[in-house]
Design a protein around this ligand. Structure first.
Ligand code: MG
Length: 382
């Protein structure tokens, strides 16, 4: 059996740590070639000491010396800065890049890894939201280059295995509804950071948890599905399913529908992205059908959660709109987490940026970066 050598971008985050769990349980199949973190140098040092990868990089260079002195051996070459992370993404020894960076910063490493013929296990949905158009040449309806880690998209991929693309009628993405599913509009006006970080089913990083609370996350996931599976946005919908057991569904032209089910545990989609198209044993709890269970469904309430519609409109508009949506949302979420703005301002800031920044020139990586920057400045100033 050939060992898959992996690079984990963002190994100190929630997905990164769970990826290392998978590596621990699959020592014959997976080995860690390199890991990177942003600023959590203590945890990164612990991981380097345990896994002894060939390389490690910290993007915040100011922690380079702290990190180096906390590493107990010399087997690992330690690098610093975003350039190093980009460099590692195309390293000849790497088979698979697990991209669990947060936000637009994950885009360039994805492009680099794909252009160097790596397999990319993608948790960084912003890569597809912002630059889906530019990543199109790498997609082409074959799913073994860019494999989603996002649980909904992993579910869709599992439903599509063995099916022909032309037989798909609709993708139905499930949503937990987040912590404010039952809150009134008035209650939403006084949401605190603590309320927003209290997700009912999933334990995730803070950016995505806030995105779940505004339902921007579901909007971003619609865009992600559009690029991954090549379906028009009008054939992709979301439905709220508070139990988070059905992870998504696919409707075929003959009226048959497939769903993928499981208890909420991100290790399954992470491992599936690494094992695809195989399945490996994973010790995890499974659904106990001997107890009574209820599955509920309700439509997304776009009045209370306007971010969802903003995302759908952005992908309909196309061009730079998804990039503006993403950048302004990243900044608005950051400002909410710093308690600079209330929760309900997040959607207003994004809507404002979308209506004010409308470049029409053709899409390139450089112009995408410029628009991303402009939207960030605008969202910061509003
Ligand atoms: Mg998801």
């Amino acid at each position: 059996m050939k060992t898959q050598k992996i690079l984990i971008l963002g190994s100190t985050g929630s997905i990164g740590q769970q990826t290392l769990d998978i590596v621990r349980s699959q020592p014959d199949r997976l080995s860690v070639y390199a890991i990177t973190g942003r600023s959590s140098w203590k945890l990164l040092a612990d991981q380097i000491n345990e896994f002894r990868p060939a390389y490690a990089a910290i993007s915040d260079s100011s922690h380079y010396h702290d990190l180096k002195s906390a590493v107990s051996h010399e087997d690992t070459k330690i690098l610093a800065g975003d350039e190093a992370i980009l460099e590692l993404s195309g390293h000849p020894e790497v088979d698979t890049v697990v991209n669990s960076l947060v936000g637009f910063s994950g885009f360039q490493p994805t492009v680099r890894a794909l252009s160097f013929h790596k397999k990319v296990a993608l948790a960084n949905k912003e890569s597809l939201v912002v630059g889906g158009e530019l990543l199109k040449p790498y997609l082409n309806g074959n799913y073994d280059r860019l494999i989603p880690i996002d649980s909904e998209h992993s579910a869709i991929l599992q439903c599509l295995t063995g099916e022909r693309p032309e037989d798909i009628a609709e993708l139905i993405i499930t949503a937990s509804g987040g912590p404010f599913r039952t809150w009134t509009r008035q209650q939403l006006e006084s949401v605190t950071v603590k309320d927003a970080l209290n997700h009912p089913n999933w334990d995730m990083g803070s950016k995505i948890t806030v995105d779940s609370a505004t339902m921007m996350n579901k909007g971003l996931e619609l865009i992600e599905a559009h690029w991954l599976f090549g379906l028009p946005i009008d054939h992709i919908t979301a439905v709220v399913h508070p139990q988070s057991i059905i992870h998504s569904m696919v409707l075929f032209h003959d009226g048959s529908m497939k769903a993928q089910l499981g208890l909420p545990d991100m290790r399954l989609p992470i491992q599936y992205a690494l094992s695809y198209p195989e399945r490996w044993k994973l010790s995890s709890k499974t659904i106990d059908w001997s107890v009574v269970r209820e599955f509920n469904f309700e439509p997304v309430d776009t009045e209370r959660f306007p971010c969802y519609d903003l995302a759908v409109e952005a992908i309909r508009d196309g061009g730079y709109a998804p990039a503006v949506l993403n950048a302004s949302n990243e900044i608005a979420v950051e400002r909410f987490l710093k308690e600079e703005i209330p929760y309900i301002r997040i959607s207003e800031i994004v809507a404002n940026c979308l209506s004010q920044i409308r470049p029409t020139d053709s899409l390139t990586l450089d112009s995408l970066k410029a628009v991303d920057h402009e939207a960030r400045l605008k969202a910061q100033a509003l």
